[in-house]
Unconditional design. Sequence first.
Length: 290
Amino acid sequence: MTPYKHISVQPVSGCVGAEIGDVDIADDLDDAVVAEIRRALLDHLVIFFRDQDLRNIERHKAFTRRFGPLFVHPNFNQGQSNPEIVYLTREPGDTAVAGEKWHADTTMMEAPPMGAILHALEVPDHGGDTLFSNQYRAYDTLSDGMKRMLQGLRAVHNDSRVAGPKAGLNSRRSTKVREDPDWRMTENEHPVVRVHPETGRKCLFVNSVYVHRLAGMTAEESAPLLNYLYAHAARPEFTCRFRWRAGSVAFWDNRCLMHLAINDNHMAARRMQRTQIAGTPVLHSGAAPA
Ligand code: SIN
């Protein structure tokens, strides 16, 4: 592997995640540094930075733009002057947190975001960690028979569990989403196995937050296979766990990774500031194994 010249890269588990050092991401970074950060992201799927200061949202947005156009989430932060910034806030007493089930972000979109950059403003002194799971590894460890069965299958993703009048999340948490009667569901189909547009590698691309069924099947018919895949995709050996400090930043590749915000500390505030990077339509995985 080519050594890094501008940053340090320290893996945090056997399979996913690395801590990046020797860089201040609020600076105007040279192209060579940005290229190494992108390489580290592609190699490790989620990269972590410590002791950063992106509280100035223009710095947060500027760092994000080095990796692609900013994505505006359709269900958060309606009407604010900076809709590209999402505040994921837990106040003491909240019983739900945004992202508390395994998911990739915003996969109901025709072109789901390529990634997200999450900056911790205030975190509890214990609890509130985030888990990440490597979906290349999830695909690679399936049997050839299962890989053949998944080839060509598509899943129907929509946002009706996380937004709109039926979601009912706003009464349980401080992070608000659109629940107004004018909200309209967004629904798109994506391949169950996708090809990463930069690495060319195959990965699993289903999650229980957005997927409702397999295309051409009922929810009941789809459930046994989907439930198997959800459990497999979150096997502990595919994961890492990140313990936040104020000033920590996680930057994840939403195309090949799932994540989960652990809902385990009900009495402490946790305040996070997030941007997302626009993605491209999901590529189909091509040929099945022989
Ligand atoms: C998310 O799902 O984007 C939130 C993750 C977190 O707050 O840890």
